[in-house]
Design a protein around this ligand. Sequence first.
Ligand code: LLP
Length: 424
Amino acid sequence: MNAQNLPGHPYVAYRDGSLYIEDVRLDALARTHGTPLFVYSKSAMLSALAAYQRGFAGRKAQICYAMKANSSLAILQLFAHAGCGFDIVSGGELDRVLTAGGDPAKIIFSGVGKTQSEMRRALESGIGCFNVESEAELEALDAVARSLGRRAPVSIRVNPNVDAKTHPYISTGLKGNKFGIAHERTLSAYQRAAALPGLQVVGIDCHIGSQITQAGPYLDAMDRVLDLVDAIEAAGIHLHHIDFGGGLGINYNGDAPPAADALWEQLLAKLDARGYGERQLMIEPGRSLVGNAGVCLTEVLYLKPGENKNFCIVDAAMNDLPRPAMYEAYHQIVPVALRAGTASNWDVVGPVCESGDWLGRDRSLELQPGDLLAVLSAGAYCMSMSSNYNTRGRPAEVLVDGDQAHLIRRRESPADTFRHESLL
Ligand code: LLP
């Protein structure tokens, strides 16, 4: 058998010219479940998690999967069984984690706009920590906790003013971003938190952005956060844990982020040098756990060669894969069956009525109508950001485990998309 791996996608490979994820042929899945179809590798997710677990061996560390990256129930269940906690950003995400069997004590709740009812529900569920993002939120959370006769465990999200060197829409740790409390106000915010009877200070956290491909910004942010830990503890407020957020990038187009264990080797050396190596650590990775574990299968509907551009119209669109339209993000697109022939350049576009509805530009592909294509690196921020725009039902999702394929979400029908509406 002739096997050909795709660099950066260890669980996706051609065997005799046919694309597989683990031991399952992708064309067979497309035939059974239709397209567009998201397919994920269980082993890819667990091996991405294992890189973090190796990095933290012998340390007190809790990995809280940032579930916004992909919040499908079966995936949450997989990470819960593997010992993960969860970083949530809404009451809806809380419901999902609890439904998937996640441990409430391992949940941390981030986000700049938690509502009082979300706070109440999270407190009643017994979550591990609220990552508070403003002074006003501290006061609101204190009031909610006291009304329930409880103390809310809190950590303050620091905005360390560090450039994560990523796309401006997914950079979060700079002064101009809406996230966290400014570095210079953090100590006084902790003093206020410590004085509020409804709050119990348990930690500190930061998150500087997403798709970070260098260690430098993490090392800078760690220094800035540890300077604050020194100051906060000197003021008599003990921090049980330190949370360094998520943000580690993946390979989309030859990007070469450090591996999770290599990154943490550097970070832990700094932490040890500054005397905090024994502290309870938390991290909130999303993309790096699931991004390269997933592909989206799509069928070529029509070829439309033109004077200036050749368009390849496929059945997946910006509602299924919003990242190119939102961030001009690059996803590799490869054929599901290799074919000899002459490739041409194509803009791969979807059926949605917007010029922004493209999945890839100027891709060299040898194509015929009816061919299947796989959009790679589609495990993170694709299904979770999908919509019903143009009354398109969301795709189905399949999780592959060895030679077994499990349907973990059925395709939405048009009727599903207007189920909650009523006629006058
Ligand atoms: N923690 C917090 C507080 C976050 O805001 C995020 C992501 C994470 C953890 C996880 O970051 P990750 O490890 O996944 O980079 N939709 C964008 C990404 C938005 C990220 C938002 N926050 C995209 O498709 O690139």
